[in-house]
Design a binder for this molecule. Structure first.
Ligand code: SAM
Length: 159
């Protein structure tokens, strides 16, 4: 669920970075992707990637737009290599008109529970939740205004 950036450390060498998204121009502009494809995941959830092929799967600020997250979690499990890692991160912002009620009305703990339960149902293991606050940007930080919170779910396919 990528855009024109992929938030990957620039000093790491990756064998291949495959991106998926909705907007062709954004994906072409993304310098970190070796290749990409376009797919509306709310229309079809079958991913055009082979079984047991992907080392790391990242979804940044995207999970809340999925209308069939159970099917996506199963597909992610299928494409992940054994011992592969899934990372789903989000904050407290969203296009609220595009989110399901469970996201719209839920606290961040409920967002964790929602994602955790779906991942467990799809076979993911070692699920961990991380919640961190972030520093506000100068000069707002000097009067105690914080930045956006960081929430993250990680999981393993461990067979
Ligand atoms: C807030 S942006 C986050 C983009 C990128 N991950 C980032 O962190 O900069 C949400 C992304 O979700 C993706 N998205 C939203 N609805 C989608 C859908 N129905 N199917 C596939 N992708 C979708 C779009 O590609 C969009 O770029």
């Amino acid at each position: 669920m990528s855009s024109w950036v992929s938030h990957l450390p620039k000093d790491v060498k990756y064998k291949e970075v495959i991106g998926h998204g909705l907007n062709r121009q954004e994906l072409i502009a993304n310098q970190q992707l070796n290749r990409h494809w376009i797919q509306d995941l709310n229309r079809s959830q079958e991913l055009p990637l082979g079984k047991d092929t992907i080392d790391f799967i990242l979804i940044v600020a995207g999970w809340q737009y999925l209308q069939e997250p159970e099917n996506i979690a199963e597909e992610l499990y299928r494409i992940s290599k054994p011992n592969g890692i899934l990372i789903i991160s989000f904050s407290n912002r969203a296009f609220w008109n595009k989110c399901p009620n469970i996201w719209l009305n839920g606290t961040y703990k409920e967002h964790f529970e929602y994602i955790n339960s779906i991942l467990i149902g799809a076979g993911w293991e070692n699920i961990r939740n991380t919640a961190e606050s972030s520093k506000g940007l100068y000069p707002f930080n000097i009067i105690g205004i914080k930045g956006d919170p960081f929430f993250c779910v990680t999981a393993n396919k461990s067979y």
